[in-house]
Structures are given as structure tokens and as C-alpha cells.
Ligand binder design. Sequence first.
Ligand SMILES: C[S@@+](CC[C@H](N)C(=O)[O-])C[C@H]1O[C@@H](n2cnc3c(N)ncnc32)[C@H](O)[C@@H]1O
Length: 206
Amino acid sequence: MKPPTKDSERKKNIIAKYNSTASFYDDRYRKIQKEKYKILFRNCNLNYKTILDAGCGTGLLIEHVFNLNIDNLKKKVKYIGIDISWKMLMNFCDKSKKIKDIEDINLILGDIENLPLRQDTFNVIFSITSLQNLPVIKKGLGELIRVGRKNSLLKLSILRKQLKVDDLIAYLKTLTIDLKTEFLKNIEDVIIQGSLNKNNIIEGNI
Ligand SMILES: C[S@@+](CC[C@H](N)C(=O)[O-])C[C@H]1O[C@@H](n2cnc3c(N)ncnc32)[C@H](O)[C@@H]1O
């Protein structure tokens, strides 16, 4: 067995943190997360989209989508949520039983830095207040880009604290088109949106 590394220890702590806070996560964070979703869903058409929610937590994003009251949503959306904390996912499972409008909800216990997903699969990729937890954000971003299709929408919200925002934006600019960044007073995250420019990607170089 390989000895634990600094990164694997950090992930263990993240899992323990979210497992222990899952039961009160929604009450504490629903309101602020919804503010972020509102911004990310501006001009976002969900018709016939395959959506990835990386670090989906308890499913507040899909709850928000459901509350948008879009006609025939269940026929239009295929949703995959992935999270590293099984307790957050268990809460999501309970929630998804109540959300009957979207049939195609699939949840995976897994790591954003090593996505167990095929390349070129998703039309929209969300990752909301999750990427700051990664030991190597660019590794996670590389994975998100790998599984995204050409021109798919990338919709990120990342906690700004301790984040090298300029460095991250410079990196994303090389891989996206129309990258927009928003800093809002009442939100501690930077909101980043763009479309994937997979033409610029050289295999093994992200
Ligand atoms: C602040 S919560 C955000 C949850 C959700 N996106 C929302 O909007 O409420 C961060 C989530 O990221 C997950 N997470 C942290 N590191 C992860 C990793 N390496 N892979 C997958 N999920 C991760 C945590 O388990 C937690 O559920």
C-alpha cells in the first residue's frame, strides 16, 4: 500500500469536514448558494443538455433548477453530480427522491481531480464553491475540460480566499472563449463563466 501523501491527507480532512457538516449544510448555505446560481443561470438555456455538477454537495443546484419551473424539464436534462463526501451525497439522494421532475439524475462518489467519466460528454459544467478544496486546482480544471464537449459552457464559482485568481484566469483564458469574471461584494467567491475552446487543447497538456 502506498504511504499517504500531503494531498491525500488534505482530501481525507475535506471528506471528514463535509461529512460532519452535511446535516446542517442546507440551512446554513442555501441562501448564499442561490445567489451564485442566479448569476450562473443568466442566459443559460437548459434545453437538451447533459449537465455535470462537480462537487454537487447536497444538491442545492438541482433544487434551484427544479424551482425554475421549466416545462418538460425531465425530458430535456440529463444531470450527473459527483462529490467526494458520501454524507453530502446521501442528503442529495433524499432530496432527489422528492424531485420527480428530472428523471435522469445520477450521483457518483468520486474525486474531481480523477473524474471516472468519459471525455467529451457534457454540454454544461458547473462547479460551485468546490474547486478551492482541491490540492491542485488546475488538475481538477483539466478534468472538467476533458469531460466537456467542444463549446460546452463552463460555470464556476470558487472561494476567493487564498486563491491565485489572476493566475487561474490567465490559465482559463487559454482554454475558453468569452471568459467572464465577476466579483460581487456580498459573495466571497469569484464567478467565472465561458465556453470551452477545445481546439487549443493539446492532448496531455492540461
Ligand atoms: C461548499 S460545498 C458546495 C456544494 C455545492 N456545490 C453547493 O453549491 O452547495 C463543497 C463540496 O465540494 C465537495 N468536494 C471537495 N473536494 C472535492 C473533490 N476533490 N472531489 C469532489 N468533490 C469535492 C465537498 O464534499 C462539498 O460537498
